[in-house]
Ligand binder design. Structure first.
Ligand SMILES: [Zn+2]
Length: 427
């Protein structure tokens, strides 16, 4: 259970980060409550006549109680209760899988969201505590789902006699389909641009999807989300923090020093491997085979690699990141610290952890390198299933390159026309 201190810390982070973007966060409030109440009442009214009035009132009371529990579980007053509920469901799955594997699963970290400016998840320590705070980019879940949906849109599939469907990621077949339905390639690009230019993936043109494709998309999305959270549990499990680091690094006595955990490359690879076992096991317990679990992790990196290039092309007109004259963009947390210390005298200065990244430059190994390491770790188990999983990932990589090929010139045109990604996106 998250401490009061931790919740307040997250609220404060929301205030600072939103303010930094020139926005005021709106607390979850009366409006959310009113919307939920309408939904509940509609739901109950639909049953009028089907059950007696007492049962009806009992149902109404139960639904309202659930809604209260939901709001109560939500860590920050600026969080969306439903997103938070999704995060807790993911955590339930990851923790259950970890326990089944015999891992000493930690106490649940605080789960929250923040517009972090990176298409992923990060872990912080709540200052002056040993509590972990796992923050998903505010729209990460929406983006993961819509990406999977956009990919499902370009894959050919065949119905099997038993009523199932077999999807093909085989590049030649995907290319054939793209030639036949060129507009299906635009979905991913529209999504990427909506996310980078507005911060909200759902601002992309929405479309209804064939339910067979949609089922596949939902499965891939689950695998991606489980891996993303599994990776963060991986850091905690591996003791990348706390036990191995001196207490002085655990943050100061107040909010001046939120510290993003700057992992070393080695630690990232370890957390990836651990996250993979957790997410594959969680997917298995939901009835999916190993290859699709692995594909979730592999696709996560492939998707990040496309987004990293998309940010760069839209901002600079090329893939190579900031030019010499572009000042190094300080990380979100570094900016937060800078901002707060304008008002308050700084206590002691801390050095960053381990990997020589220097002051505030939190470097993550490139997603391509992480993907390569992941496949190398997998390849040690020389089984047909693993080989199939790796091949799926490699095919997906080629499919995403086709979508990138479609998107790149559009980004370039937009860049030339003066369009830029939101300032928060880091490259
Ligand atoms: Zn990490």
């Amino acid at each position: 259970m998250a401490s009061q201190q931790a919740r307040q810390f997250l609220d404060r982070m929301h205030e600072i980060v939103w303010q930094d973007m020139g926005l005021t966060p709106t607390p979850r409030s009366a409006e959310d409550g009113a919307e939920a109440a309408t939904l509940i009442n509609d739901l109950v009214d639909m049953r009028t006549g089907l059950v007696g009035p007492e049962a009806l009132e009992a149902l109404r009371a139960k639904l309202f109680r659930n809604e209260e529990l939901l709001a109560d579980m939500t860590v920050s007053k600026y969080e969306n209760a439903r997103t938070n509920q999704s995060l807790h469901k993911l955590a339930d799955s990851v923790e259950r899988a970890g326990r089944a594997l015999g891992f000493p699963m930690p106490e649940r970290p605080l789960l929250g969201t923040l517009p972090t400016g990176r298409v992923n998840v990060m872990t912080l320590l709540v200052p002056a505590t040993r509590e972990h705070l796992v923050l998903f980019e505010s729209e990460f879940l929406g983006f993961a789902y819509l990406s999977a949906k956009a990919v499902a849109e370009v894959l050919p599939y065949r119905r099997s006699p038993e009523g199932g469907a077999a999807f093909s990621l085989e590049p030649g077949k995907v290319r054939e389909r793209l030639e036949k339905y060129p507009q299906s390639a635009h979905r991913f690009g529209q999504l990427a641009r909506a996310y980078l230019e507005t911060g909200v993936p759902y601002n992309a043109p929405q479309y209804t999807q064939d339910p067979v494709r949609n089922t596949w998309a939902a499965m891939l999305c689950e695998a991606v989300e489980l891996f993303a959270l599994g990776h963060e549990y991986g850091h905690i499990l591996k003791g990348h923090l706390g036990q191995q680091r001196p207490a002085a690094r655990l943050g100061g006595p107040n909010l001046d020093e939120p510290e993003e955990l700057a992992w070393s490359r080695q630690e990232e690879f370890q957390a990836d491997a651990q996250g993979l076992s957790l997410s594959v096991a969680a997917m298995r317990s939901r009835g999916y085979d190993l290859p699709i679990g692995v594909l979730g992790a592999d696709f996560y990196f492939t998707m990040m690699h496309v987004m990293e290039r998309a940010i760069s092309v839209l901002r600079h007109g090329h893939e190579n990141g900031p030019d010499g004259d572009d000042a190094q963009r300080p990380s979100l947390l570094r900016r937060m610290v800078g901002r707060q210390s304008q008002n308050k005298p700084q206590g002691h200065k801390k050095s960053r952890a381990g990997d020589g990244t220097g002051d505030g430059a939190v470097t993550h190994p490139p997603s391509v390198l992480r993907r390569l390491m992941l496949r190398a770790v997998l390849a040690r188990d020389n089984t047909p299933q693993i080989a199939a999983a790796i091949e799926l990932g490699q095919n997906m990589e080629q499919v995403m390159e086709m979508l990138w090929f479609d998107l790149r010139p559009r980004l370039l045109d937009a860049h030339r026309a003066g369009v830029r990604p939101l300032e928060r996106w880091q490259d």
